[in-house]
Design a protein around this ligand. Structure first.
Ligand code: HEM
Length: 182
């Protein structure tokens, strides 16, 4: 997985819990890297170990760490690493999410070993958006956090609910509900 993900884990832990806690998580995960280059490909198991280790050191369920990571990545690491893409990818949360399939393909195009997540979409009769998530990594809590982060970025209140995959071979489907903030 691209270093921009591991970089986000490091930045979140340093910002929210301090450098010492990040160091504890890094060592507990057996991670020798003290910084991550955004475009370099790191093994998926390293990213998984960092999430698990953060859960153990901070005494939090790993799902919680991954959801918080998703929110942080959108509003901090991702936004700062890809300012141009964030600027162009959509005027609101729905438009931005609808562009995510294309964006993931573009940002990993030509990078060896990249296996970006892919998305298919269905507009539901109640106005919610069904996002069907395809990807070998099946990082579902992270997906939910990233969706919530998009809501934070656009200052919109989103609800995200995981339901069993509506499409063959999808890891899951998430239903995204859009509410106007009062
Ligand atoms: C402009 C915003 C975004 C950019 C530039 C971006 C870029 C990336 C990159 C480079 C990776 C690593 C892929 C790899 O190494 O193969 C990744 C992973 C991932 N992204 Fe995004 N991302 C963005 C927003 C989002 C959003 C909003 C979602 C969810 C709705 C999302 C869902 C995921 C998931 C679930 C993964 C984990 C990898 C997997 O499932 O295979 N991303 N993203």
């Amino acid at each position: 997985m691209k270093g921009v993900i591991n970089k986000g884990i490091k930045e979140m832990l340093e910002q929210q819990y301090g450098h010492e806690q990040w160091e504890a998580v890094r060592k507990h995960a057996g991670c020798g890297d003290i910084f991550f280059s955004s475009l370099t490909d790191y093994p998926d198991h390293l990213t998984i170990r960092l999430f698990m280790s953060a859960g153990e050191i901070l005494c939090l369920p790993v799902e919680t760490v991954m959801i918080e990571f998703g929110k942080f990545w959108i509003t901090e690491t991702g936004r700062k690493t890809y300012p141009q893409i964030f600027h162009l990818a959509g005027k609101n949360a729905r438009g931005f999410l609808l562009n995510m399939d294309r964006i993931h393909e573009q940002v990993t195009h030509g990078i060896p070993h990249a296996a970006p997540p892919r998305f298919e979409y269905d507009e539901m009769p109640d106005g919610s958006l069904a996002m069907h998530y395809f990807g070998r990594r099946e990082m579902i809590p992270m997906l939910k956090g990233l969706v919530l982060g998009v809501g934070m970025y656009f200052n919109e209140e989103l609800e995200v609910e995981e339901i069993p995959a509506m499409k063959e071979n999808a890891a899951c489907t998430v239903l995204v509900k859009f509410r106007q903030k009062a």
